[in-house]
Ligand binder design. Structure first.
Ligand SMILES: *Cc1c(COP(=O)(O)O)cnc(C)c1O
Length: 426
């Protein structure tokens, strides 16, 4: 059996869908070369950092108890700092997710009476509770500690520089918060370079204001990170890009040395900071994950590009466009039709190595106003560097797809998704 016959036989996909995906793949050959170039540069950065820091087997040994002198842990911190063009970094399995890591960063640098200014619109959903704009009073949010919050909304997806300038001039702002990824919104993702422009603008008006970045989903999508362009702190999740699909949990923060020290005090406790923290058996996976990350992110970026190409050919609006700039791993497709969107999500599930036999259905999710349908099936629970897709059931029916540890497996999901959608047209 050749490949086409195999897909038809094993997955019930029509010949026509296979040809469509083949054509869509050819249309993005140049884009693939560009993404491969980015991955190669990032791989070289990682290789150099491993070599400069003389990584060897002893760095992978588990530690217990206080974890004093955990060389594997301390060296990984240095490697992250070097790769991200930062003075210092913290990489820990103790952070339960990206939100927790971002929360640590915020509490580390903000003090009672300070103001936090979000300049890329409303931050990621989970941070609303941390800031204190969603939750009730008395739960320990930043607001409870007397930290004020202001937000400058985007205008047509771009930072409102006039609004930011006014805010910076009208009040002393301790920290400006920038979100790199579009997350689950219909707005552009900002390149590291673009974030550098925002940082420069802010510092030009208020040199003492810190610029801190939610870097989730953006790592290794560009050849530079926001810290290369002067961001004071960046933070992200290890079950997204920088864990390379191998890190089983954790987060990282990178940036200025004095601020990383403050983060370490918030991470454990004041005075102890980074000196304690056994890594158990985490180091080997964290090192190997970072080693894999440029390549794994490439797989996800190629999958996202193929998805954009296939669904553009079918006449749907996609963000980014197939040949558009890619600064994170998220691909959105606007279906404008509930059933087609559901058919898409159910198809993507077929590209998951775990639970691929399951057919996802829309469901009421805590914290969401509309029903949500999700495709996921990962080795690491909830890891969105692994192939997943989700969509709230509301107009204009936009689905978000991200991840894919291997291009080949993600391509299968996209092929079945396209086939599902095409079958609805008949
Ligand atoms: C994933 C993500 C986060 C953190 O989410 P967790 O599920 O807590 O890891 C924060 N901001 C953005 C933009 C994200 O994509």
């Amino acid at each position: 059996m050749n490949k086409t016959e195999y897909i038809v036989d094993a997955f019930g996909v029509s010949q026509r869908s296979i040809e469509l995906v083949c054509e869509a793949e050819k249309a993005v050959t140049d884009k693939f070369r560009e993404l491969e170039e980015t991955a190669e540069i990032n791989q070289l950065k990682v290789m150099r950092a491993f070599s400069d820091n003389r990584v060897s087997e002893r760095h992978f040994m588990p530690t217990t108890g206080y974890g004093y002198d955990d060389d594997g842990r301390d060296t990984l911190d240095k490697i992250y700092a070097q790769v991200f063009g930062a003075e210092d970094a913290l990489v820990r399995h103790n952070w339960v997710n990206g939100s927790h890591t971002l929360s640590t960063m915020l509490y580390a640098v903000l003090r009672p009476g300070d103001t936090l200014l979000a300049v890329t619109g409303k931050p990621y959903d989970t941070l609303e509770e941390v800031i204190g704009i969603a939750g009730e009073d008395g739960n320990g949010s930043l607001k409870d500690f007397g930290i004020a919050y202001k937000q400058i909304d985007l205008i047509d997806g771009e930072v409102d520089f006039d609004g930011v300038e006014k805010a910076l001039k009208s009040k002393k702002i301790r920290a400006v918060m920038i979100q790199r990824s579009k997350g689950y919104g219909w707005r552009p993702t900002y390149s590291a370079e673009k974030i550098g422009e925002i940082v420069k603008f802010v510092k030009g008006i208020s040199p003492d204001t810190l610029c801190i970045v939610d870097n989730c989903y953006g790592e290794f999508a560009d050849t530079k990170e926001p810290t290369d362009f002067g961001a004071d702190l960046i933070a992200g999740s290890l079950i997204k890009n920088p864990g390379g699909g191998l890190a089983p949990t954790g987060g990282y923060i990178a940036g200025k040395k004095n601020l990383i020290e403050l983060c370490s005090y918030r991470m454990t406790c004041v005075g102890i900071g980074r000196e304690c923290g056994a890594t158990l058996d985490f180091n080997r996976q964290a090192y190997q994950g970072l080693f894999m990350a440029p390549h794994t992110v490439l797989q996800a970026l190629k999958a996202a590009t193929l998805c954009a190409s296939v669904f553009s050919m079918l006449g749907y609006e996609t963000d980014p466009l197939p040949d558009g700039g890619r600064h994170d791993i998220i691909q959105s497709v606007k279906f404008g039709d509930k059933d087609k969107m559901i058919a898409f999500i159910q198809g993507i599930q077929k590209g998951a190595p775990v639970d691929s036999f399951v057919v996802p259905e829309p469901w009421d999710m805590p914290g969401y106003q509309d029903q949500v349908i999700m495709a996921a099936g990962a080795f690491v629970q909830g890891a969105s560097i692994e192939l997943s897709a989700d969509a709230p059931l509301r107009e204009p029916y936009i689905a978000y797809m991200q991840g894919g540890l291997t291009y080949e497996s993600a391509k299968l999901g996209i092929t079945v998704a396209a086939d599902n959608v095409l079958k609805l047209n008949n």
